[in-house]
Design a protein around this ligand. Sequence first.
Ligand code: FAD
Length: 284
Amino acid sequence: MIPAAFEYHRPSDIEGALSVLAEHGDEARVLAGGHSLIPMMKLRMADVPHLIDLQDIADLKGITIADGIITIGAMTTQHELINHEALFAAAPIIREAALQIADPQVRYMGTIGGNVANGDPGNDMPGLMQCLDAQFILVGVDGTRKVPARDFYESAYMTNRDDEEILTHITFASIDAGYAYEKQKRKIGDYATAACAALVTKDGDKVATASIAMTNLSDVPVLSEAAAAALIGTTCDTAAVKAAVAAALEDIDPTEDNRGPVAFKMHVAGIIISRAIARAWSRA
Ligand SMILES: Cc1cc2nc3c(=O)[nH]c(=O)nc-3n(C[C@H](O)[C@H](O)[C@H](O)COP(=O)(O)OP(=O)(O)OC[C@H]3O[C@@H](n4cnc5c(N)ncnc54)[C@H](O)[C@@H]3O)c2cc1C
């Protein structure tokens, strides 16, 4: 299939992109790596008369780390995330998760901004961003606002972003915790049947803090505060992990699809969550 005809815009700055968005409203969408939007256009599931390519906007690219805060431009590709050594040192879970997204060809083009703005429950970065308590910086004609990743997702493909806003950056604190991103998929390059991001810190032999978030197990990414609460203060022993998994499973609502029936997904989720917690604890 080829997409319906569209007009292609390639602004060189954010103001230019915002003005095309303001001019065409619902008829315009921004294009990042195109690995989610272009297939939707080819399948005629998205009709976009005005496509605004963000490639030339230098302000949307790059990774900075200062005073323990990591800032990633929305147009930074998964490939760049994987290969950035300072980012790996400050937040190694990003590389671990990004390496499990699709395949190298998709990762060369797919951006972190497109991944989190898309609102696809199958995307891996939204759950990870919730686990990290990241903030999304959005710019519109009325100015800039910051939205926590934990408040951003409303339902599948529906987010807190206004149609005329552009996600410019993502920020979160450097990690000083045990971490793990675990993902079960049908084959290499596939979206998750179930995935889980876990961060755990230690005080003596006890869990001091925990953050657990899941991917593709509801129509939005799910941060399970109950799972974290079940771990805190324990020695992360078998009973505590079992309680955390049970709490996390209460928070998700998977649906049957070509990745399996609900009972299968709940079973896989349980295994993935317990593996993520165990690995994060082993690194704490
Ligand atoms: C074969 C295949 C397998 C894949 N497997 C996985 C996987 O396992 N895990 C996974 O997470 N992803 C997977 N993906 C998706 C891939 O990671 C996408 O690239 C990513 O989801 C979207 O990023 P993009 O830069 O391509 O965005 P685009 O496709 O360009 O845009 C996606 C959406 O986000 C909007 N958008 C993009 N950037 C911004 C911005 N800065 N501000 C506001 N809105 C914006 C666009 O308007 C569009 O609606 C796969 C894709 C393919 C083709």
